[in-house]
Design a protein around this ligand. Structure first.
Ligand SMILES: Cc1cc2nc3c(=O)[nH]c(=O)nc-3n(C[C@H](O)[C@H](O)[C@H](O)COP(=O)(O)OP(=O)(O)OC[C@H]3O[C@@H](n4cnc5c(N)ncnc54)[C@H](O)[C@@H]3O)c2cc1C
Length: 495
């Protein structure tokens, strides 16, 4: 593994996103003097929080998987996750609502899940589920050690015994057809393959390797941190403070000063100069490069961004007995939905939506007797659909989503509303996210593993990247790993 050269004692981490925070903790654990500079007033970045009239909303992730990966940065400084966060295991992890009126509760208890699949789709499908679990578990084991949780210096690093095993298990086939080897019912096919969208692709285009997301989602278990998802970065930051990391909130970095091939300081918009031996950059990759005096690699422009999303945050009196904490409401359309959003740059004509109802589990999110709803609708990114999300357009689309929700059983939700807030690609673009997508670059084959932009700067010898634009990729588990990988570039394998 390549590491950076020279002094590495004083490290500045720009950004307190989950990647930056994980990196800071691994570095603090290895004895580095770390300062995190964050433009916002709280840690978390995309895993942020919005408070409105006594309601609290998670702005980004709601599906927390792989808590062992969250425990790692805490363990790096000798702390125990359970002392800092109350993680509630969600059972079911999801409730799938299908257009024919049927539902399927997805639970990590594989015996109960097998039974649920058998009741909905029959014994053959349940046997397929068992085979899927065994396959997906194996895939995660093979990928994690050699390809995800490892700094890759180039394609040669892939040449391990596990590569052949991975190929033999079908990891390099397409996800959709692979899932169809286990399942024949369209309902089970959807629930075990929709996660391709998290990787920015349709199931028929994503590599089967990405079934590890379905594995983490449907087999390993989903959690809700009491206090909301922003409690996660807050806990990481609190632990970091306890172990000597300095945080500078409400401080925007305007640029990185370099001398020869080295970064020597960061500058803030307030005109402060903060010297550094090493600079770690957590913003989206294009935004990170814009802080450097050297030009960004031409390849960045050509990378394919993931689709984006609109998120509707609702606070209401209405409560619905038939839903779970996380609900997937599938439309009748399937392949067409991916084509519309990813390829044609159109809004979904028959939407599939994620509706999260955090107050189902955690009543701290709303005033007494009230509910919060988080409605996520995939929409095209601003590259494939260069539309201006004006306020009028956002309102119109929010109205369409409300109508869809009412049709799908959320009766009188509109009447009962106390607060609402809509976030669109225009907001993500304002945050500096590539193509107005908060999901960074898609995980196509050419943007996966060692082919994804690396975490070492190509020319500056002490600048490291962390976060979803770099390896291993998008999502809370991956960016936590990316923080560790960035730290290892600085400390070697000790961190
Ligand atoms: C709506 C939505 C839903 C999601 N759902 C899920 C989910 O359910 N499960 C899941 O696992 N993942 C989910 N994700 C993805 C996951 O949230 C992200 O992949 C992850 O949080 C990205 O973390 P990061 O560290 O890469 O970047 P960020 O969180 O963007 O961190 C970068 C930080 O840098 C700061 N910064 C930027 N520029 C500057 C500057 N010039 N000076 C100082 N600071 C600066 C930013 O303020 C930010 O705090 C979701 C994301 C979104 C937005």
């Amino acid at each position: 593994m390549r590491t950076i050269s020279g002094q590495t004692n004083r490290v500045i981490v720009v950004g307190a996103g989950l990647g930056g925070l994980a990196c800071a903790l691994h570095l603090a654990g290895a004895g580095r003097d770390v300062t995190v500079i964050e433009r916002a007033g709280i840690p978390g970045g995309r895993a942020g929080r919005l408070e409105l009239d006594g309601y609290r909303f998670d702005l980004g992730p709601t599906v927390l998987t792989a808590p062992d990966l969250l425990a790692e940065p805490m363990a790096a400084v000798g702390e125990d996750l359970d002392d800092w966060l109350d993680l509630i295991r969600l059972d079911p992890a999801y409730r799938a609502h299908y257009p024919d009126g049927s539902t399927l509760d997805v639970t990590a208890d594989s015996d109960r899940m097998e039974q649920a699949v058998a009741e909905l789709c029959g014994a053959r499908e349940a046997a397929g589920y068992r085979r899927f679990v065994a396959w997906a578990e194996r895939l995660w084991r093979l990928e994690r050690q050699d390809f995800i949780d490892k700094n890759l210096d180039g394609p040669r690093d892939l040449l391990t015994a596990n590569l052949i095993k991975l190929a033999l298990t079908g990891g390099f086939r397409r996800l959709g057809p692979k899932i169809s080897q286990f399942f024949s019912d369209p309902r089970t096919r959807r629930i075990f393959s929709f996660q391709a969208l998290y990787a920015g692709l349709a199931p028929d285009h994503a590599l089967a390797l990405y079934a590890v997301i379905s594995y983490l989602d449907t087999v390993a278990g989903v959690y809700h941190p009491r206090g909301g998802m922003q409690a996660v970065p807050q806990a990481l930051a609190d632990v970091a403070v306890k172990h000597g990391v300095t945080f500078r909130y409400d401080t925007i970095v305007s640029g990185v000063e370099t001398r020869g091939d080295r970064a020597v300081a960061v500058h803030t918009v307030d005109g402060e100069r903060i010297p550094a031996d090493v600079v770690v950059l957590n913003p989206d990759l294009a935004a990170a490069f814009s802080l450097l005096p050297t030009p960004a690699p031409a390849r960045l422009e050509r990378l394919r961004p993931s689709p984006s999303c609109v998120v509707l945050h609702l606070g209401a009196r209405a409560r619905y007995a038939g839903i779970a904490h996380h609900n997937l409401h599938f439309g009748r359309a399937w392949e067409r939905t991916f084509e519309e959003v990813i390829d044609r740059g159109e809004l979904m004509t028959d939407p599939s939506l994620l509706v999260t109802n955090p107050t189902k589990t955690d009543d701290t999110a709303a005033p007494p007797g009230r509910q919060t709803y988080y409605v996520l609708a995939p929409v095209p990114n601003l590259t494939v659909a260069p539309v201006t999300w004006t306020t009028a357009m956002s309102r119109r689309y929010a109205g369409e989503l409300m109508a869809t929700l009412e049709e799908r059983g959320y009766y009188d939700l509109g009447l009962d509303l106390e607060v609402s807030h809509v976030v669109t690609p225009a907001d993500w673009a304002r945050e500096g996210h590539v193509a107005g997508s908060p999901f960074s670059y898609a995980h196509t084959f050419a943007q996966t593993g060692p082919f994804r932009p690396g975490n070492l700067h190509p020319g500056l010898s002490n600048v490291v990247f962390t976060g979803s634009g770099t390896q291993p990729g998008v999502g809370v588990p991956m960016v936590l790993i990316s923080g560790k990988l960035a730290a290892r570039r600085i400390t070697g394998d000790l961190a």
